[in-house]
Design a protein around this ligand. Sequence first.
Ligand SMILES: C[S@@+](CC[C@H](N)C(=O)[O-])C[C@H]1O[C@@H](n2cnc3c(N)ncnc32)[C@H](O)[C@@H]1O
Length: 299
Amino acid sequence: MLRAFIAGVACAAAVFSARDRRRGAHESRGARADDARGAAPAASTTRTGQALYDSAKAVDEYVTFHYSARSTIAGALRTFPYEDMVREGVDVRSALGFVEACARVVVEAMEARLASSAAAGTMTSALDVGCAVGGTSAALAKHGRFTRVVGVDYSRAFVDAAKRAQSGAFDARDGYEADADALSRCVFERGDACALREDIGTFDAVIAANLLCRLPDPEAFLRACVNITNVGGALVLASPYSWLEEWTPRDRWLDFPAVRAILEPAFVLERECDLPFIIREHARKFQLGVSHVAVFRRV
Ligand SMILES: C[S@@+](CC[C@H](N)C(=O)[O-])C[C@H]1O[C@@H](n2cnc3c(N)ncnc32)[C@H](O)[C@@H]1O
């Protein structure tokens, strides 16, 4: 298995999207940081790093990450050393579709269950914890079999952006391809993964993509997953295990064996894989990461 890593990639990008040409790479149409101030969920446990996700810059990066048309990013990445990365075993091209790839892993994990006659016709629900601006939730809703998709994020600015995506704010005119129809079938709310509201319910699939190493208490979240995942359901954890003290006290950092030990015996590990992702910080700077993905089955 590849070791997860994060690399800042300065890319001499000659291709700018139409949107960048019109408004400049750093300017954000997203929620203003001022809008991000508001009542925190009752039991906030996040540390100072979380403020970053309430900034307009972060909203802009994640709207681009989740909804940009692939050609926009792929064009800007034409000087990227794909072949070197592929030689090292990472298909960087697939990083352009990270949120869809995450949803696909969830769907594949559910497929056997969906196909079984016992489960056919039953409601299939999914929870996307740390959903950011909603791309993975949308990709799950698009699948059609998930009749209830809930996205939860601590950042008010991200949840606001997810709701704007639902009303068609990120469409083709600006180089985005958010699926407003799929998004309209999702519910987005603010919440704290380390202290989820007690009546959030239970789900057939729970995904936490690139969330663990942004939590102040990842173990509390993992323990909560036992209660919110239906028996037979899937828990999908994607993480680059990129721990920083800004987010998580050092004594709470977990490696994958520790994550697995916390989840067993309530879950069994079914599958592991790697998924690369690219976040564009601005027109000439891209952050490349490779998340380790683990699929657990609730038993
Ligand atoms: C690295 S981003 C990943 C976002 C998204 N899942 C993805 O794959 O692109 C981490 C996300 O977790 C959210 N987050 C951080 N702490 C959280 C908490 N305590 N509860 C819920 N969400 C949190 C952040 O606001 C941010 O949206």
